[in-house]
Structure formats: structure tokens, C-alpha cells
Design a binder for this molecule. Structure first.
Ligand code: AMP
Ligand code: ZN
Length: 112
């Protein structure tokens, strides 16, 4: 499958990793929209959060279990935002589920 985030997870495309275990990977977004902009992905391909089901929900749990540590390591002690875009209306450009962790400044109040 021609998926850029699967290739990043496999180490075939370089990334700036900030956290990794056997199930998930976190790396810096190549086009940051905030002083801290980290993407957290499952290593297993899930097209979007709309593809979460009983068989793979443990990966979402694994991601959220580790985000506090990832955020703390990035210095986000004042708070941050987690976003996942889904499909065309959600402006999802990479079709491998990922959670944006944004922070390092006071973020915009509007979400859309
Ligand atoms: P989305 O629009 O929600 O699908 O977000 C995709 C994100 O992936 C964007 O913020 C891109 O800047 C980011 N991105 C795309 N390619 C790479 C890459 N090779 N390394 C790091 N981030 C990437
Ligand atoms: Zn993928």
C-alpha cells in the first residue's frame, strides 16, 4: 500500500521521532502549524478515526495513554489541543489515522 505514514512507521521514510513503542509512533509534523506540532499514529494502518472498531480500538487507547507523556516531554505544561481530521470534509490529507498534538502557544479559540 502506498501510504506515507506506513512508510514512516516502517522507517522507509525519515521522520523526527519523539516517541515510539511497538504499537505507536510520534513524530514532528513536517509543516508545523504551532510551535509544537506532533503527529501520533498507530503503526498498523487504519485509514482514519472512522475506521476504529472493536478489533483496533486498543491502538487508540495506546495513543491516548501515551500522549500526556509525549506532551510533557514537548514542554506543553500549559495545555494543548488534539485533533484528528476525517475524510474530505474533515480535510484529511494523509489517509492513515493520526492525531495532531498542537501547542506551545495560546491556540485559536475557533476550531473550524
Ligand atoms: P491531515 O491534513 O490531518 O491529514 O494531516 C496530515 C499532516 O501530515 C499534515 O500536517 C502534514 O504537514 C503532515 N505530513 C505530511 N507528510 C509528512 C511527513 N513526511 N513527515 C511529517 N509530517 C508529514
Ligand atoms: Zn498507512
Amino acid at each position: 500500500m502506498d501510504c506515507i505514514f506506513c512508510k514512516i512507521a516502517a522507517g522507509e521514510i525519515p521522520s523526527t521521532k519523539v516517541f515510539e513503542n511497538d504499537k505507536i509512533l510520534a513524530f514532528n509534523d513536517v509543516n508545523p502549524q504551532a510551535p509544537v506540532h506532533i503527529l501520533v499514529i498507530p503503526k498498523e494502518h487504519i485509514a482514519s478515526a472512522d475506521g476504529i472498531n472493536a478489533d483496533n480500538a486498543h491502538l487508540v487507547s495506546e495513543i491516548f495513554k501515551n500522549i500526556p507523556q509525549i506532551a510533557a516531554q514537548a514542554g506543553l505544561e500549559n495545555g494543548y489541543r488534539i485533533i484528528t481530521n476525517i475524510g474530505n470534509d474533515g480535510c484529511q490529507s494523509v489517509k492513515h489515522m493520526h492525531f495532531h498534538v498542537l501547542g506551545g502557544k495560546k491556540l485559536a479559540e475557533k476550531m473550524c
